[in-house]
Design a protein around this ligand. Structure first.
Ligand SMILES: [Fe+2]
Length: 209
């Protein structure tokens, strides 16, 4: 009896941790973001703003978020690099996405693990979308049409199915992602970038700070 086995080579990990932030912490960050936080408008969408991008020093609320996400960051890093490394939150900020706002496709430079913690529900239209590739300078062939079934091998993008306040999503910082136009109410989140203190490749090591 023959057996056919499909093997997914070199998959990209994306993690969702549900219910990481409790309601008190969520409401504290939401209240501050609404009331007092300095906002910077996104370059591509007036409906998207964020707080200044900085470390957790001197910010008790974001430091608490950093502490809560760290075990998941270390676990995710162990998947990426095969070792439980010493990670730090390099920068962290809060986002406000108004109705009609969007976030253009981008990656996070100078970082290894990026994450988003959701402070509100996300309307399905504004769930984060990950892209496999936007193409380069080579011609591309594909077979995307109404008769073709999309699967993990031929698909070019993937949207997070559901987001609940308090959820954490982690992804490698090189992974292209976007937030399409928000057709729902205001959506708020905290995003961050994390780096390990070192990587060692058979003695060729590099340190980060
Ligand atoms: Fe991002």
């Amino acid at each position: 009896m023959s057996q056919t086995q499909f093997i997914g080579l070199f998959p990209i990990p994306v993690v969702r941790v549900s219910g990481l932030l409790d309601e008190d912490l969520i409401q504290s960050i939401v209240a501050r973001t609404d009331a007092t936080q300095q906002k910077e408008i996104n370059a591509y969408s007036e409906g998207l703003s964020h707080s200044p991008i900085k470390g957790t020093d001197g910010d008790d609320l974001l430091a608490r978020v950093g502490d809560l996400v760290m075990p998941s960051v270390v676990q995710f890093g162990e998947v990426l690099f095969g070792e439980a490394l010493n990670w730090q939150i390099k920068e962290i900020w809060s986002n406000v996405l108004e109705t009609g706002g969007r976030q253009a496709v981008h990656t996070h430079a100078n970082s290894f693990i990026s994450g988003v913690v959701y402070l509100t529900a996300s309307h399905p239209s504004a769930n984060i979308v990950f892209h496999k590739s936007l193409g380069g300078t080579d011609y591309i062939f594909s077979n995307h049409n109404k008769n073709a079934a999309v699967n993990a091998y031929n698909g070019s993008k993937w949207a997070m199915p559901e987001i609940v306040p308090g959820d954490l999503v982690l992804f490698p910082s090189y992974l292209l992602h976007e937030v399409p136009v928000n057709k729902g109410p205001r959506r708020m989140s905290v995003a961050f970038n994390a780096i390990p203190d070192r990587l060692d490749n058979l003695g060729y090591s590099v340190r980060f700070s």
